[in-house]
Design a protein around this ligand. Sequence first.
Ligand code: GUN
Ligand code: FE
Length: 463
Amino acid sequence: EGKEKMALQKTVFSGPFIHSESLDKLEICPNGSIGVDESGKIAFVLKDASKEEQPSGWEQAKAVKIQGHGFFFPGFIDTHIHAPQYPNSGIFGKSTLLDWLETYTFPLESSFSDLAQAKRVYNRVVSRTLSHGTTTACYYATIHVPATNLLADICHTKGQRAFVGRVCMDRMSPDYLRDENTEQVMKATHETIDHIKKIDPAFDLITPILTPRFAPSCTNDTLTELGKLHKASGLPCQTHISENKDEIKLVHKLFPDNKSYADVYDSFGLLTEKTILAHAIHLSAEERALVKMRQAKISHCPASNTAITSGEAPVRLLLDEGLTVGLGTDVSGGYTSSMLAEAREAIFVSRHIAMREGDKVKLSVEEALYLATRGGAKVVGLEDRIGGFEVGMDWDAMMVNLASPPHEDDYNELDQSQGVVDVFGKETWDEKVAKWVYTGDDRNTSAVWVKGRLVHCRKGVTV
Ligand code: GUN
Ligand code: FE
């Protein structure tokens, strides 16, 4: 609390910086300089510091410089992650969605009635995602209000920008993990909203998000009330859609009067420009048109879609049709909490589709990084504040360092603290970025800032 309120020091970040200019183009400024003011906002951006003058009044500012091979990059935006499922990362066997939920997920989530468990896990997942450069995360918690509120506290204290959702599930859920009825769902939902209003009244860093788990796990009454609250409060909403074929069949059975899965959400007022839909793998053309008309957003979760074999989301098609797409790790359907790994997964899934459909559907490194930053910013409705380096935006950023050339023939001389990206110095900038995406990991993320505040720094790194 005290730390968070501490005034920031005006800082000039100098050295190479890279961000997305458009879906398929990165802007690379090898000799950049970015000034961040006491409120954590970007005050100036010099794309070439050798040609442009630094504004006056910044002579005394703190200086943070890139050393060796490296660059500043916008923080990643994880548009879909289940914080309580983090202990199950990598544990999914050969399950598919519905039996995965029963076998692995619901039992683990039920353990969050224990606040000590929540404290242990939520501290770990927030620290870990920050270490991967995730500056904004859209979290699903569980049905438990005290644990969900603790997740909000932990994000707030550690300084991660977050959307925190108390999960609503009053149907088709086991007795040990189910809301009693609509009244209780709404009471619990309000308790988390009220808690977040207390810790962050303007929702500057932490925002409550309405979270009907997915259509099958909510009664019609609950969906109706959540739709009303969504409209009345203007709070965002997140849910799952069209992830798995058996799930879709179940939705048709449970909602026989609705035309489609997307139509179910639409009929309850839960398909709006403030709705984040995870997966969206098997949407029909009609559903995609409806999602587009409502300006609802899509969280693409390729690692999860591969792990629990849900399918391949047709990202090129979604983008071509003008839908807004970001990336989500979907821990622990997804095995990784790293958005860098998720970007890589997005690229590889697209290449598998390309083996059938042709090169056009391949996502490039640039496109995957766009989805992880600017795309995610649009998904969470913060494209004017985060996702790139523009004057007036918040400094949500990471410092990426790539290894310097190792001492010849001596593996022991490799600087393990700088990760496994071997950069020999002859690479173009495009090649360095590709090496980072394909061979990098959290060891290359030296430091991370949210709203100008340092929220992660690797051991041995000083900034
Ligand atoms: N659908 C309903 N609940 C979940 C969940 O926890 N993870 C995923 N991937 N899909 C879901
Ligand atoms: Fe999910």
